[in-house]
Design a protein around this ligand. Structure first.
Ligand SMILES: C[S@@+](CC[C@H](N)C(=O)[O-])C[C@H]1O[C@@H](n2cnc3c(N)ncnc32)[C@H](O)[C@@H]1O
Ligand code: SF4
Ligand code: SF4
Length: 315
C-alpha cells in the first residue's frame, strides 16, 4: 500500500505527560515538535518540517497552501492511578506543574480547536483536577468530541460525571473473571462491569472494550470476546502486552499448544457470530499483530470468512 504524504502535525497532535508535543502517538524522537512550555511552541508546531515515516504516512515539507486543520488532540495526563496492573510500566508519578500544564494545553485547544480530544493517564477518572479541567472544556466547547481510555473501576458519582463529558470510552480489561482481574489489575471486576452496563443501558456513549492479552489471562480472552459481541460494542480490541515476545518464547511447544486452544475457541465464536460481525459493515474488531499471528487470524482467514475491512490487524 502506498503511503500518504502529509504534514502530520497539521492533522493530529499528541502531548505527553512531560509536555512534549509530537504529531502522533508514536512519539518518535525525530518527530518531536517542542514542549508546551516553550515560548514559541505555536511557531514550532506551525513551521516544523519533520522527516518521518511509518506504516501509514510519510511526512513532506510544508507548502504555502497547507493549513492547520487539527482533527485530533491526544493528551496524556499524570500517571496517577488506583490500579496496579502487572504489565504497566508507569510509576504513578504526578505532573510536577499541574496547574500551569493544564493552562498551556488549554492555549493549544483555543488556538487549534480540535474536533476530537482523546485523554488518558494514568487513570484520568480518579484525577480530580484533570477531570474538573476536562469538564470545563466540554462546557466551553460542547462540539469537541471527547474520548477516554480508562479502567472504568470508579465510584458511581464519577461515572455520573463521566457520562456528561465523554462521547466514546475505551475500557481496558485485563482478565475476565473477578479473581484473575483482581490479581492482574488490583481492581474489582464487578464494579467495572456494573459501570459498563450502566453506561451501555443509560447513555449513547460509544463503548469500546479492549482486552490486553498476556500469559496470566490468555484463557479468558474468549470469555471477554463473547461478552463484547453481546454488548453493543462500537469496536472490540483484542490487543496484547507489547512485551509478549520478550517474556515468552512463543515458538515453544507450550505456547503453541496454548494458543491453539485459544484459537479453537476464538474461531468457534467468529463462526457463531459471523452474521452479526459482518452486519457491522465497518472496522469493528481489531487484533494486535502478535495475537493475529498466534491465533492464525491472518488476511487469508479474514477474507475467506467475509470479514474484510471489518476485522483488522492493527497495533
Ligand atoms: C497506560 S493505560 C492508561 C489508561 C487507563 N489507565 C487504562 O488502563 O485504560 C493505556 C493503555 O495501555 C495499556 N497497557 C498497559 N500496559 C501495557 C503493556 N505492557 N503493553 C501494551 N499496552 C499496555 C492499557 O491496557 C491501556 O489500554
Ligand atoms: S509519519 Fe507516521 S510516525 Fe511519523 S509523524 Fe507522521 S504519523 Fe507519526
Ligand atoms: S489502569 Fe492503566 S494506568 Fe493504571 S496501572 Fe493499569 S494500565 Fe497502568
Amino acid at each position: 500500500m502506498s503511503k500518504s504524504e502529509r504534514v502530520c502535525q497539521f492533522y493530529k497532535l499528541s502531548i505527553r505527560k512531560d509536555g512534549d508535543v509530537f504529531p502522533c502517538c508514536l512519539g518518535l524522537p525525530s518527530s518531536r515538535l517542542g514542549n508546551i512550555f516553550d515560548e514559541d511552541i505555536f511557531n514550532k508546531i506551525e513551521t516544523a518540517n519533520i522527516d518521518c515515516e511509518c506504516s501509514l504516512y510519510k511526512t513532506r515539507p510544508i507548502l504555502s497552501e497547507d493549513k492547520m486543520d487539527l482533527k485530533r488532540l491526544h493528551i496524556m495526563f499524570s500517571h496517577e492511578c488506583q490500579a496496579r496492573c502487572i504489565c504497566c510500566k508507569q510509576q504513578k508519578e504526578k505532573m510536577p506543574r499541574e496547574k500551569e500544564h493544564l493552562e498551556k494545553i488549554l492555549e493549544i485547544i483555543k488556538r487549534y480547536n480540535p474536533r476530537y480530544i482523546t485523554v488518558l493517564g494514568g487513570e484520568v477518572l480518579i484525577q480530580a483536577k484533570t477531570l474538573d479541567w476536562i469538564e470545563n472544556i466540554k462546557q466551553e466547547y460542547p462540539d469537541i468530541i471527547f474520548d477516554i481510555v480508562t479502567n472504568l473501576c470508579v465510584n458511581e458519582k464519577t461515572i455520573k460525571r463521566a457520562e456528561k463529558i465523554f462521547d466514546e470510552i475505551t475500557v481496558s480489561i485485563l482478565g475476565f473473571t473477578p479473581y484473575t482481574y483482581s490479581k492482574i489489575m488490583g481492581l474489582d471486576f464487578n464494579v467495572t462491569m456494573r459501570n459498563y452496563e450502566y453506561l451501555l443501558k443509560n447513555t449513547n456513549i460509544k463503548m469500546r472494550p479492549k482486552y490486553l492479552l498476556m500469559p496470566a489471562n490468555i484463557y479468558e480472552a474468549p470469555l471477554f470476546f463473547e461478552w463484547a459481541l453481546n454488548h453493543k460494542s462500537e469496536k472490540i480490541y483484542l490487543h496484547n502486552i507489547r512485551e509478549f515476545e520478550q517474556c515468552c518464547n512463543l515458538k515453544d511447544e507450550y505456547w503453541v499448544k496454548t494458543f491453539e486452544q485459544v484459537e479453537y475457541e476464538m474461531k468457534k465464536l467468529l463462526e457463531k457470530y459471523k452474521e452479526h460481525i459482518i452486519s457491522q459493515n465497518r472496522h469493528f474488531i481489531s487484533f494486535h499483530p502478535i495475537n493475529a499471528k498466534m491465533l492464525k487470524i491472518d488476511d487469508d482467514y479474514i477474507k475467506a470468512n467475509g470479514f474484510k475491512d471489518i476485522i483488522k490487524i492493527t497495533s
